[in-house]
Write a protein that binds this ligand. Structure first.
Ligand SMILES: Nc1ncnc2c1ncn2[C@@H]1O[C@H](COP(=O)(O)OP(=O)(O)OP(=O)(O)O)[C@@H](O)[C@H]1O
Length: 332
């Protein structure tokens, strides 16, 4: 496998690097490619850079190659070609030194239903040869507390809701201090309350400096919790960067709030506004190149009662549509 040079991979993450450098890459891949035996090209020439300290959203419709990428990053499968570095070390070669510093939640946590949440964690901790048995109970108690499961710690895991199981999985990933957390679709299958809990937990974990890499097929989830994102479609990287910059790359929508939607739509079209859409109590369209004050004045002159007028910030979805020319189709 071809290796990245230290500079390309973010040399700052190598041993001896200045800690806390926001530009340092915790994950860096170059031309990472996976073709499965059946011939399916699941990941195609991926160049990914995950800055230290970021909450990095790995976004893409189902089947776009997210899980395959994560499995390569974690050394679970070998790439067909290309290279991946995690915490500055090549994967899968450096798995033994890298993986103890990475907490992963991939394809649901492996739990024993007949054991309590606490006993599951005790069992996992005792399977870790580096974990000191004398501090085991305290470590498990701290991990349960971290994910808000102290009260439910004595309950059998099979009685846990899906959200509680995910939280227990996160607690397992947090038994040891981690530099990186890798979470594959952590809110998949959860109800809205469970999703909120996991999202706030992710924010909390990130606030103490842990880099979090999470995959999701939910655009709004990425916008809510992530500082950075990469967007995948059909195995290829569409774009990556700070979430604010990604959305800013797309133009926002002109939004007019008014009870007179029909008149407003007509006046906007006359003013050169394209893609005019009438909704309940508001009309939206592509902002025209001309002075927006003139557009507003034209609306008023046409007798439209304008209650709100402005350009709404573009969402990540707008950016995705602008980049691919397609809607963000969750079903892939
Ligand atoms: N073991 C495998 N053998 C052959 N093809 C596979 C295998 N695993 C995944 N694929 C195919 O590779 C492509 C990418 O799948 P992958 O699971 O990485 O996507 P994903 O973005 O994680 O989607 P999902 O959210 O559904 O898991 C898909 O077309 C999938 O059918």
């Amino acid at each position: 496998m071809e290796e990245l040079s230290a500079a390309e991979a973010g040399a700052e993450t190598a041993p001896g690097a200045a800690p806390g450098d926001p530009d340092a890459a915790v994950i860096a891949t170059r031309a990472l490619t996976k073709r499965y035996r059946g011939g399916q090209l699941a990941v195609d020439g991926l160049d990914l850079t995950v800055p230290a300290g970021s909450v990095f959203g790995f976004l893409g419709p189902n089947g776009s190659g997210k899980t395959t990428t994560i499995r390569m990053l974690m050394g679970l499968i070998a790439p067909t070609s290309g290279a991946a570095r995690v915490l500055g070390r090549p994967m899968p070669r450096a798995s033994r030194t890298v993986l103890p510093q990475v907490g992963a939640l991939i394809e649901g946590p492996a739990l024993y239903g007949f054991l309590s949440g606490r006993d599951n964690l005790l069992r996992l901790d005792s399977a870790d040869p580096t974990a000191d048995p004398r501090t085991r109970r305290a470590r498990v108690a701290a991990a349960l507390d971290r994910v808000g499961l102290t009260a439910a710690g004595g309950k059998k895991a099979k009685a846990y809701s899906l959200g509680m199981k995910q939280r227990l999985g996160l607690a397992a990933a947090l038994l040891q201090p981690r530099r990186l957390l890798v979470l594959d679709e952590p809110t998949n299958g959860l109800d809205p309350q469970g999703m909120r809990e996991i999202r706030s937990l992710v924010r909390e974990l990130a606030s103490d400096g842990t880099t979090v890499f999470l995959s999701s097929h939910l655009l709004d989830e990425i916008e809510q919790v992530c500082t950075h994102a990469a967007v995948m479609a059909q195995g290829r990287l569409i774009t990556q960067g700070a979430v604010a910059d990604l959305a800013a790359g797309a133009r926002g929508r002109l939004v007019v709030t008014t009870p007179d939607v029909t008149d407003a739509a007509r006046a906007l079209k006359e003013q050169g506004v394209a893609d005019v859409v009438v909704e309940d109590g508001r009309v939206t369209g592509e902002p025209p190149d001309r002075e927006l004050g003139e557009v507003n004045a034209a609306l008023v002159a046409a007798g439209v009662r304008v209650r709100g007028f402005g350009v709404e910030r573009a969402s990540l979805e707008d950016a995705f549509v602008a980049l691919t020319g397609e809607g963000f189709d969750v079903a892939g």
